[in-house]
Ligand binder design. Structure first.
Ligand SMILES: C[S@@+](CC[C@H](N)C(=O)[O-])C[C@H]1O[C@@H](n2cnc3c(N)ncnc32)[C@H](O)[C@@H]1O
Length: 366
């Protein structure tokens, strides 16, 4: 048994079934036993999954261009990255910002005590400060962003039954077992009511309540500026399609995805797709207005990734081209990954280069 499994088994035997949300929180973040709390080797070729920044510096370079444009417009210097993994993306962004002479007051908000020292090593020589949670941040005028943060928040799992909405709890009977019971909070039913989503009987879905409270905290810390959220997922009308009736939760280890969430707990990543309609709607409620929503391929192309790649023909450069292809592939990272930009406290919204290929939106209904 893994240390996380031992801990969860003891907890469930003592207190009864826990919500899937609490199971996932422990599996990923419980000090010393959780996947993000105990390990530092998750990302890249030798890890469990690739993120866009592990495919070379181009992703960070493009994102830096968008951030620099925003800071310039705001006459500000503060950049907050939330959930910085191994620090590679921060390094690529800071490298590009110094090349284009953009001054930055770079702050990382990182929950994992194991990953923070690795980030500090990767970013030695750069001027960066760390916080372990958002509420400890001073008020921000600038840009707050994340890449693959929201999919890593622990989620509640619900299933629509003939007797109404039920929540998935995890019990123990010779192994972890799923138990359906009454929702642990009315916020789960309210979530679907607010989104005007009616789940058919038998349909399972995740509810990321953490993302909603995260947006409220962001809105309270952001005095004026932008929130850029990059992650994989869909708006409601695409997310709740019949072929996703079993939900979107997956476990990742060694670049293999598995639907079984209950083996090697604490040693594998657990993630769920992000509902961007929910981020837009709850953001709007908290005072964050949607500036635009696009996919990663259009975002990166709008910022000039193809121009950078054209003409790269030496062997090393060809590898960079192939990696960039992964960032842009339709049906892959280019399409499944989305970019949501929200803003607060601006007198008027200027055109944003990253949204050039997609109209900017003013409505929160995605
Ligand atoms: C999937 S990794 C993404 C890493 C990185 N952004 C990248 O692009 O490679 C998720 C990161 O978010 C961090 N994280 C998760 N929940 C967090 C929270 N509530 N506050 C701050 N960091 C968090 C994890 O510890 C990890 O560093």
């Amino acid at each position: 048994m893994t240390p996380a499994e031992t801990l969860l088994k003891r907890l469930i035997k003592a207190e009864g079934p826990v919500t899937f949300r609490d199971f996932m929180e422990i599996a990923l973040y419980y000090p010393e036993v959780g996947y993000y709390a105990s390990r530092t080797d998750q990302i890249g070729e030798k890890g469990d999954y690739y993120t866009s920044s592990s495919l070379g510096p181009l992703f960070g370079k493009m994102l830096a261009r968008q951030i620099a444009e925003m800071l310039d417009e705001l006459d500000a210097e503060t950049i907050v990255e939330m959930g910085a993994g191994n620090g590679t993306l921060a390094r690529d962004i800071l490298t590009e910002l110094s090349l284009i002479n953009t001054r930055a007051n770079y702050i990382i908000v990182e929950k994992s005590r194991a990953l923070t020292p690795l980030q500090q090593e990767t970013l030695a020589g750069f001027d960066v400060t760390w916080h372990d949670s958002l509420p400890s941040l001073p008020s921000v005028k600038g840009v707050i962003f994340s890449n693959e943060l929201v999919d890593a928040f622990p989620v509640h799992v619900v299933e629509m039954t003939e007797n109404g909405l039920k929540e998935v709890y995890i019990g123990w009977a010779e192994g972890f077992t799923e138990v359906l019971n009454a929702p642990s909070t009315p916020a789960l039913a309210d979530y679907f009511d607010n989104l005007a989503v009616h789940l058919p009987i038998g349909f399972r879905a995740e509810v990321n309540l953490e993302a909603l409270s995260w947006l409220e905290t962001i809105a309270s810390r952001l005095e004026s500026g932008y929130l850029i959220t990059i992650d994989y997922g869909y708006p409601s009308h695409e997310l709740y399609q019949d072929y996703r009736r079993h939900g979107t939760l997956m476990a990742y280890e060694g670049h293999r995805a598995a639907e079984d969430l209950y083996t090697r707990v604490g040693q594998r990543d657990l993630t769920a797709h992000v509902n961007f309609s929910a981020l837009a709607a709850w953001g709007e409620g908290a005072g964050l207005t949607v500036a635009g929503f696009t996919d990663q391929a259009h975002f990166l192309m709008s910022l000039g990734i193809l121009e950078i790649l054209s003409g790269k023909t030496s062997p090393g450069e060809i590898k960079a081209r192939l990696n960039a292809k992964s960032l842009l592939l339709p049906g892959g990272m280019g399409e499944i990954f989305k970019v949501l930009i929200q803003h607060k406290g601006l007198a008027s919204l200027p055109p944003l280069s990253g949204l050039k290929h997609r109209p900017q939106r003013t409505s929160c209904r995605l």
